[in-house]
Design a protein around this ligand. Structure first.
Ligand code: NAD
Length: 453
């Protein structure tokens, strides 16, 4: 591990990555690599999670192509120094912010979008001129080994490399001195990463999880709301960090919404999702068992059937649930959707305010005043009004958590900024020298006070 990091550091010190052309060429290589291996990528994602080609393209590959395209288009402008103004006391100076790559970076990624979450941060790291070590998840082995093969064949390992393995490998990597660590995964492991990073004072981005609510008010357009919730929740069988974890529904519309949601589950995932060849499976038996135990935490209003051989769980709506149930304690990360009800929006706000800040929050309702109230009163990483998940596919919106759902953000320019140190530089003139900063000069303190106040 130390040799690998040292070699990358040497490569970084050669300053090859500082060049715009070099970065653009590497992004092109990355896109060509994805195109060349597209079929193999679909196969690997099918093996790891039973993802369909449609899902694999829309949520993994297509997302990456889009990020690469957007980065190529804007990189020159992002790399430029930002000139800034200066106060009168700085007459004669030029002041600018230079975007400097950190150096050797580490990207640790999870299994749920195993390609996208390993490579999207890497795009930012490359664009900003860093070298990258990627540690993908051991729970999506087909995609992780394909990633290692593709990257190994395409790039100089002193520039980008993939290190496969489990927790122990990750820990060994964390013993090395990296210049930046970008972690995507659980809140519990996020704390470990931050602790380890503190030993070298390495800056971190932590993209974590949490319980993301969807609040549905009585003035919501129910058919469209149902469709967007069902899509957002059951895509990837609920194994999405920003999936709505549970619903908070106005009691007056609950029955109607339930009816619409059942209709939408059938329409999007078929009447028998367990027989749907494209319905995503649960990643492993441990998670399957954890999720099955939640099924008794309320009344199953729809679904509830499971197939242990295939590790599949039907899209399930769970009614009559309380905060005391285990299903409401931790992030669900599976195709089970508990439903809570409310009478007044204020109740929801005062209930959610003291809880951990979620990665996402979704509000459904037409009244602007209520939309504003929710957006202003509650803290969350990011979210949507009248939609789910869609915010993360806009590269102009920073994607990240807050509080226990993480720190820092990425996507588009935000990835470039995340992987760049913003170095402040003041260039002073030698043509003249303003005297007032030196003690004992002719200008009195009262003049300095006037200039600086
Ligand atoms: P995880 O935290 O268990 O694992 C993530 C990565 O960390 C893996 O590569 C794993 O090998 C490594 N790891 C595990 N234990 C470690 C340790 N003790 N020391 C060092 N490294 C260790 O997460 P997961 O189960 O793979 O993913 C699910 C979680 O990720 C969910 O909580 C989900 O919400 C979150 N997530 C967040 C985002 C986001 O963008 N914010 C995206 C996807 C998933």
């Amino acid at each position: 591990m130390s040799e690998l990091v040292e070699k990358q550091r040497e490569f970084f010190f050669s300053e090859r990555t500082f060049d715009y052309r070099f970065r653009i060429d590497q992004l092109r290589l990355l896109r060509n690599m994805l195109e060349k291996y597209e079929k193999k990528i679909y196969q690997a994602l099918k093996q790891d999670l039973n993802k369909s080609t449609f899902d694999s393209f829309t949520t993994e590959l297509g997302f990456l192509y889009n990020e690469i395209k957007h980065t190529e288009k804007h990189l020159k402008e992002w790399m430029q120094d930002d000139l800034v103004d200066a106060p009168i006391t700085h007459k004669g100076t030029k002041n600018y912010i230079r975007k400097e790559p950190y150096g050797v970076t580490l990207v640790i990624s999870p299994w749920n979008y195993p390609l996208q979450l390993a490579l999207a941060p890497a795009i930012g790291a490359i664009a900003a001129g860093n070298t990258v070590v990627i540690k993908p998840s051991e729970y999506s082995p087909s995609t992780s080994s394909l990633l290692a093969k593709m990257i190994g064949e395409t790039f100089d390992s002193n520039f980008i490399t993939v290190v496969q393995g489990s927790k122990e490998v990750s820990e060994a990597l964390l013993n090395q001195r990296f210049d930046y660590i970008f972690f995507t995964g659980s809140t519990a492991v996020g704390k470990i990463i931050m602790r380890k990073a503190s030993e070298h004072l390495t800056p971190v981005t932590l993209e974590l999880g949490g319980k993301s609510p969807a609040i549905i008010n009585k003035d919501a357009n129910l058919s469209i709301t149902a469709k967007r919730i069902i899509w957002g929740k059951y895509t990837n069988a609920g194994q999405t960090c920003v999936a709505p974890d549970y619903l908070y529904v106005h009691h007056k519309i609950k029955d109607k919404l339930l009816k619409e949601m059942k209709k939408q589950i059938k329409s999007i995932f078929s009447t028998n999702a367990l027989d749907n060849e494209d319905f995503v499976r649960i990643i492993n038996e441990n998670h399957f068992n954890r999720l099955v135990a939640y099924l008794s935490n309320g009344t199953v209003a729809y679904g509830g059937k499971v197939d242990r051989n295939q590790l599949k769980i039907e899209p399930t709506l769970l009614d009559d649930v309380s905060w005391e149930e285990p299903v409401m304690q931790d992030e669900i990360f599976g195709p089970i959707l508990p439903i809570l009800t409310f009478e007044h929006l204020e109740e929801v706000i005062s209930d959610l305010k003291p809880r951990e800040k979620p990665l996402a929050l979704y509000y459904f309702g037409e009244k602007e005043k209520d939309q504003e109230k929710v957006m202003n009163s509650l803290s969350f990483g990011g979210g949507c009004i009248n939609d789910t998940l869609y915010h993360l596919a806009n590269p102009n919106l920073p994607f990240g958590g807050v509080g226990s759902s993480g720190m820092g953000s990425y996507h588009g320019k935000h990835s470039f900024d995340t992987f760049s140190h913003h170095k402040s530089i003041l260039q002073q003139t030698t043509k003249f020298d303003l005297p007032f900063r030196y003690p004992g000069g002719k200008l009195t303190l009262s003049l300095i006070k006037r200039l600086m106040k």
